[in-house]
Design a protein around this ligand. Structure first.
Ligand code: AHM
Ligand code: MG
Length: 345
C-alpha cells in the first residue's frame, strides 16, 4: 500500500519551485504552464466521458436526444485550450492544428504579453472514438514581434527557440510531461485529488531500444532506405537483439511516450502520396523533438535535426524519426548512404 504521508509534489508546486531555472524567470511562464495544466484536467474529464457520450447518448458531432449538439471532442479540446490561453493573460496568441490561421488575442492594456503557443489540442484523431490513448501537444515561444497583436513571424520560429514544450497523454492514466529546457518531468493525474503529481522525475530515453513504431501498412510507399531500415528491424541478429518488436498505436504521443520509457523509435517517413510525411512541424514534431532532446534522445527529419528546420508556413509537414539516439542515428546513416549510392548495410 502506498504511504499516505509521502510528500506529493503537485505540478503547480513543481513549476513554482523550478521557476528560477526558466530562461526569463518572471512568473509569466509559470502562470501559462499552470493554466495549460488546468485546461488539461478539464479536457481529461471530457475525454473520460467520451465513450459514455458516444455509445450511450449518441455520436459526438451529432444532435443528442434533447436536441443539443454534441461537440466533437477535438473541437471541444481546441476551444477549451484556446480559451484557457486567452484568459491566462500570459499568451498573446495561439496557432492550432484545428485552425487554418493563427489567432491573435486582444492586447491587454498596460501589459506586453510575451508568449505565443503552438498547439495540437487532440492528436491521434483516429483513436478518439474507439477508446484508445490520445494526446495534447503544446509548444511555447517568446514572441519576436515587439508589441501590439502578435504576428505570423511569432509562430514561424525554429524549434530551437522553444522555451517550453509538453504533452498530455490521456491513457490508462492521464499524464502531463513537459520541459523548459532543463530536463523532462512527468506528472500523473491523481483523479481522487484532481492534481497532477510528480511521478517521473528526469525522464531519460534509453540510448538504444528494441521497439520500432511506424505505419507498416505504408511499407511499399516508403522510400527505399526506409524499407531497408524496416527490414533491418525485422532481421534476426542476436548481438543487437533483433528482430525488434513492432508497436504502433496510431497516436504519436502514446507511441512516443512508450518509446521514451522502454527505448524505441517512432517514424513517419515520406510516402509516395505524402512527400513530406503526415506530421506537422509546428504542432507535433517540434514540441516532441524538444522533449526528446531534453530526455537524451534525438529527433531528425532524416537529414537535419527537427528543431533546426526553418518553418515557412503554419501547417507545414516534415518527415520525422524520433526516439532513442542510436536508432535515429541508424536511420540517418542509411538515408545518407542511399544518397551517395553506398551499400546500406
Ligand atoms: P492527427 O493530427 O490527424 O491526429 O494525425 C496525427 C496522427 C499521429 O498521432 C499518429 O501517429 C499518426 O497520425 C497516424 O497516422 P497514420 O494513420 O497515417 O499512421
Ligand atoms: Mg495531430
Amino acid at each position: 500500500m502506498s504511504n499516505p504521508l509521502k510528500k506529493l509534489i503537485t505540478l503547480d508546486e513543481f513549476i513554482i519551485r523550478n521557476e528560477k531555472d526558466f530562461p526569463f524567470a518572471s512568473g509569466e511562464l509559470s502562470g501559462l504552464l499552470r493554466d495549460i495544466g488546468l485546461a488539461a484536467k478539464i479536457v481529461n474529464r471530457e475525454v473520460n466521458k467520451a465513450g459514455l457520450v458516444t455509445d450511450i447518448q449518441g455520436i459526438m458531432g451529432s444532435t443528442n436526444s434533447s436536441g443539443e449538439e454534441q461537440k466533437k471532442l477535438d473541437v471541444y479540446a481546441n476551444d477549451m485550450f484556446i480559451n484557457a490561453l486567452r484568459v491566462s493573460g500570459e499568451c498573446c496568441g495561439v496557432a492550432t492544428e484545428e485552425n487554418d490561421d493563427y489567432i491573435a488575442f486582444e492586447p491587454l492594456p498596460g501589459k506586453n504579453v510575451k508568449y505565443i503557443v503552438n498547439l495540437d489540442p487532440l492528436d491521434g484523431s483516429g483513436n478518439i472514438d474507439v477508446n484508445v490513448s490520445i494526446g495534447t501537444i503544446f509548444s511555447i515561444f517568446r514572441r519576436v514581434s515587439l508589441s501590439g497583436p502578435c504576428t505570423r513571424e511569432d509562430f514561424l520560429q525554429k524549434g530551437r527557440e522553444q522555451v517550453a514544450a509538453g504533452y498530455i497523454i490521456y491513457g490508462s492514466s492521464t499524464m502531463l510531461v513537459y520541459t523548459t529546457g532543463n530536463g523532462v518531468n512527468g506528472f500523473t493525474l491523481d483523479p481522487s485529488i484532481g492534481e497532477f503529481c510528480l511521478s517521473h522525475p528526469n525522464f531519460k530515453f534509453p540510448s538504444n531500444g528494441k521497439i520500432y513504431s511506424v505505419n507498416q501498412g505504408n511499407f511499399l510507399k516508403f522510400p527505399e532506405p526506409i524499407r531497408r531500415y524496416i527490414d533491418y528491424c525485422t532481421a534476426e541478429d542476436k548481438a543487437t537483439g533483433r528482430p525488434y518488436s513492432f508497436r504502433y498505436i496510431g497516436s504519436m504521443v502514446a507511441d512516443f511516450h512508450r518509446n521514451m520509457i522502454q527505448g524505441g523509435i517512432y517514424m513517419y517517413p515520406p510516402t509516395t502520396k505524402q512527400a513530406k510525411g503526415k506530421l506537422r512541424l509546428l504542432f507535433e514534431c517540434n514540441p516532441l523533438a524538444f522533449i526528446a532532446e531534453q530526455a537524451g534522445g534525438k529527433a531528425s527529419s532524416g537529414e537535419v535535426p527537427i528543431m533546426d528546420l526553418e518553418p515557412t508556413e503554419l501547417h507545414e509537414r516534415t518527415p520525422i524519426y524520433i526516439g532513442s539516439t542510436d536508432m535515429v542515428d541508424k536511420v540517418e546513416e542509411m538515408l545518407r548512404k542511399a544518397k551517395v549510392g553506398e551499400a546500406l548495410l
